[in-house]
Write a protein that binds this ligand. Structure first.
Ligand code: GCV
Length: 838
């Protein structure tokens, strides 16, 4: 594979498939570097030597990663040296370093600081592929780009690229005890038992994954920050994490509590305007930079959800952010001050109270008062990562302040990595929203890039919360969100299709059938999830007082959290209009406000976020609101129900480990989507008093309620909230011996699938045995690792689970028995059995 005189390496669409002999855990994410089919590999006529002109750890990573990836995919060895070997070579470095070795090479144009350019060059009878980075990070990003193209069997061509903005960070909400707030993939890769872990291998692997998509910063501890974070001993420990990230160009940063001068420094105050407080922050910054020279900066959550803040002293967020920023500034550090400041004790009886207003109300007046190294980190919507929200009006209100958009990769309100929800389409809607600030085009992406209002810093923050699970995020499909976040942060103009297509090829290979099915499943998954959870901008309709997972509709109402939708038996939705409501809509620039204010122009997808309307209100498509809720939930659950069979068409085309893991996830999701469907539709039917025109809601002819079966040992209990169990009831076995439920079937003879709806708690592992005419036909254990990560002892929409056995021949008069054996504090609970003719 000698280099030709150009980079025209064409190897598109080879249909040869490399058989999947080895099970894969998913730990490599999208960096699998699977061997290319020989015919495809042969098309890449590349130099076989890599020259690393730079000496930094990042420059070395660039060269060794390129060698590792090309070797793995193309099968040849790619030795790395620091001098020219007298043969065709890749040459990696900054322009100055490259010119030192190749004096006759002229840099095409200086790459942007973290950008790169790739060019060919011939000298002294050899061909060189010159990868020049604006910095060593740029080189690394260029090396990963070459590898990504080869892995997808795409052409590698000369050209250049650079990231959209300087801030491309992940946040991890990890606690020092090793738990992760809103983490759904195991324990922390950073911490355990109050300390930094001894073994940080996973941290370095995480750094590699992050770098491969251009992420350059990671805040490693929870924004609800441990008060010991800035303790001298802890800083020493934390420096080890920074060391592990450093070779990948990922700068570590920390979430800090504003009370640190008082709590850690033992001052008598943390008032930001007190000179002693300013000195304390300066000294602390000096101490940190001694231990961590490339430290990124601080993330600050203050005056929100129980965190203290400048309001304690009557000071503003700008005063608080600036005192910290001034301490970091000499070292090149930044402050990400979160715009997520709101009062969670709002008065439900006040019809003008509105949590969505908080970001704008708290920050708008401070525009221009923040120092140049302060960035306001703003969640993409004004509430809190619901399945659908409008963009925060704060983006358009800050015109003299750096901004970063905060996106949530961890699926707190979107299925907690037990449901497949590819979030890039949702993020694209936010980023592409044209705010029309100053009556001109100002899409959110350009605002946070700093382009719209000429701000020097800004960008993208993704709350990732990867954990120790081998595949990082638990659901194999969820890694597309981490990948997609990085790709969008680099270039927000990429399309959803471009992103998912690359991820699928890198993750599962280039087989056209695999690519077609996986792309299709992922691309529509947000829409599907929205269909069976929270419609029309109402919010996710999950239990907001619990773990934010299963349905729990009225938990949003009548409390101080302000996630209200103000339903009564006449209508539903928050009136946020200027005319009659909370006035929130008036926080948008006039052109956008006009669209949202009018029922005629407000998009249906945001209807209940912006307006209060009756249940028989007619949507733009001609359906009444309530009928839309019924139809969309049946449609969504049916689409989720199709995931297992669509996935099964890939059997043999994906390694068995990831195939079966994903299949199990899809089967679970299909069952849980029905819990959602039934809970939301029944709740709407009860409150509105308007029946489903198609007669589906509340009528389940194939269902046998557990409480109506003949019980031995089982007793009926009420389930709370009522809508999360069929008929509002379940049965439990409160004795140590097994209990049974029996029924005599009167169904027409035929082949059936039998589904058992039960509740899987973390408090024990109950056993279930399904018997037909006394003979066991299925046996399973309630041992799923469902959210919550903490023990939830409730029978509810979070623990409700479906087990299905297919291809069972039933005759009229058969006897069906379910035997449940409780275990520890799990009483083998059952909701219903459903028989569906196949
Ligand atoms: C880390 C939501 C989440 C909290 C999170 C908070 C935040 O309220 O439920 O777990 O706290 O957002 O973003 O600060």
């Amino acid at each position: 594979m000698r280099a030709g005189n150009a980079l025209s390496l064409l190897a598109l669409s080879f249909l040869l498939i490399v058989p999947y002999a080895h099970p894969e855990t998913g730990e490599q994410g999208w960096l699998r570097y699977a061997a290319l089919p020989q015919q495809a590999a042969r098309q890449y006529r590349m130099p076989q030597h890599i020259v690393a002109t730079g000496q930094s750890a990042v420059a070395r990573s660039a060269a060794t990663e390129l060698a590792r990836g090309l070797h793995s995919m193309l099968g040849e060895n790619f030795p790395v040296s620091s001098t020219l070997p007298g043969e065709d070579s890749f040459v990696l470095g900054t322009p100055t370093e490259i010119q030192h070795l190749l004096p006759s090479w002229n840099a095409p144009s200086a790459p942007a600081p973290e950008g790169f350019s790739l060019a060919t060059f011939a000298a002294q009878g050899h061909h060189y592929w010159v990868l020049a980075g604006g910095t060593d990070r740029g080189e690394l990003y260029g090396a990963f780009r070459i590898l990504e193209l080869v892995a997808q069997q795409k052409q590698v061509s000369p050209g250049s690229d650079a990231p959209s903005s300087p801030i491309r960070w992940v946040n991890q909400w990890d606690n020092f005890d090793g738990s992760i707030e809103r983490g759904y993939a195991g324990r922390s890769i950073f911490f355990d038992g109050g300390h930094v872990r001894a073994d940080l291998t996973r941290v370095s692997e995480y750094g590699r994954l992050l770098a491969s998509v251009g992420i350059n910063g990671a805040t490693v501890n929870n924004v609800n920050s441990d008060l010991r974070t800035l303790d001298p001993q802890m800083i020493k420990e934390l420096a080890r994490i920074a060391d592990a990230f450093r070779p990948w160009g990922v700068r570590m940063s920390l979430s800090v509590d504003l009370s640190s001068p008082l709590v850690v420094g033992h001052l008598r105050t943390f008032d930001p305007v007190d000179p002693a407080v300013a000195t304390w922050w300066r000294n602390k910054a000096d101490e940190i930079y001694k231990a961590i020279p490339d430290f990124g900066g601080f993330v600050i959550k203050a005056d929100s959800e129980g965190r203290v803040g400048p309001s304690k002293y009557g000071r503003t967020p700008a005063q608080a952010a600036n005192v910290v920023a001034r301490a970091l500034r000499p070292h090149g550090g930044v402050v990400l001050y979160r715009g997520f400041v709101y009062n969670n004790h709002l008065d439900w009886n006040d019809l003008k109270a509105d949590r969505a207003r908080a970001g704008y109300d708290n920050f708008r007046a401070l525009d221009g008062e923040f120092d140049r190294n302060v960035i306001i980190q703003i969640k993409h919507g004004p509430i809190d990562f619901q399945v659908r929200e409008p963009v925060s009006p704060l983006f358009a209100a800050l015109r003299h302040t750096n901004q970063a958009i905060e996106l949530q990769i961890t699926q707190e309100y979107t299925g907690q990595q037990r449901h497949m929800v590819f979030l890039v389409p949702m993020w694209k809607v936010a980023l592409d929203t044209d705010m029309r600030a100053q009556n001109r085009s100002t899409p959110v992406s350009e605002i946070v890039e700093g382009k719209s209002f000429h701000q020097p810093l800004g960008g993208f923050v993704g709350v990732a919360n990867v954990g120790l699970d081998a595949n990082w995020l638990h659901h194999p499909m969820a890694m597309a969100n981490l990948y997609g976040f990085g790709r969008l942060a680099w270039n927000p103009e990429l399309t959803t299709r471009q992103i998912i297509d690359s991820w699928t090829r890198l993750t599962f290979g280039n087989d056209p059938k695999v690519v077609f099915i996986v792309n299709g499943l992922q691309e529509n998954s947000w829409r599907v999830y929205e269909l069976y959870t929270g419609p029309l901008g109402i919010g996710t309709l999950t239990n907001i007082l619990g773990i934010h997972y299963g349905p729990g509709i009225e938990s949003a109402e009548r409390n101080g959290w302000g996630q209200w939708f103000r339903a009564d038996n006449k209508g539903i939705g928050m009136d946020r209009t200027v005319a009659t409501g909370t006035g929130y809509i008036g926080q948008y620039p006039p052109e956008l406000a006009k669209i949202y204010e009018s029922l005629e122009t407000c998009p249906d997808s945001l209807l209940l976020f912006m307006h209060h309307v009756p249940y028989d209100y007619v949507l733009h498509d001609g359906k009444t609101l309530v009928q839309y809720v019924y139809d969309s939930h049946y449609e969504g659950a049916s689409l989720a129900g199709s995931y297992p069979s669509r996935w099964k068409t890939l059997h043999g085309l994906i390694d068995d480990q990831r195939y079966y893991e994903t299949l199990g996830m899809f089967e679970y999701q299909a069952g849980h989507a029905i819990v959602w469907r039934d809970a939301v539709t029944e709740w709407f039917q009860r409150i509105s008093g308007i029946p489903d025109k198609l007669g589906r809601v509340g009528h389940y002819p194939n269902r046998i309620e557990a409480e109506s079966m003949q019980a031995d040992g089982y007793t009926a209990v009420d389930v709370t909230p009522w809508e999360t169990a069929s008929g509002g009831k379940a049965v439990v076995c409160n004795r140590s011996a097994p209990c049974t439920l029996t029924t005599r079937l009167g169904r027409p003879d035929g082949i059936y699938s039998i589904s058992v709806r039960y509740f899987d708690l973390r408090t024990g592992v109950s056993q279930y045995d399904l018997q037909l005419n006394g003979k066991s036909i299925a046996h399973w254990a309630a041992n799923a690792i469902l959210p919550p990560a903490t023990v939830d002892p409730h029978l509810d929409g979070s623990t409700s689970t479906l087990f299905t056995v297919s291809d069972i021949r039933l005759k009229s008069g058969d006897t069906l028995t379910l035997r449940g054996t409780p275990n520890q504090a799990e009483p083998a609970p059952v909701d219903y059995i459903e028989l569906d003719k196949q």
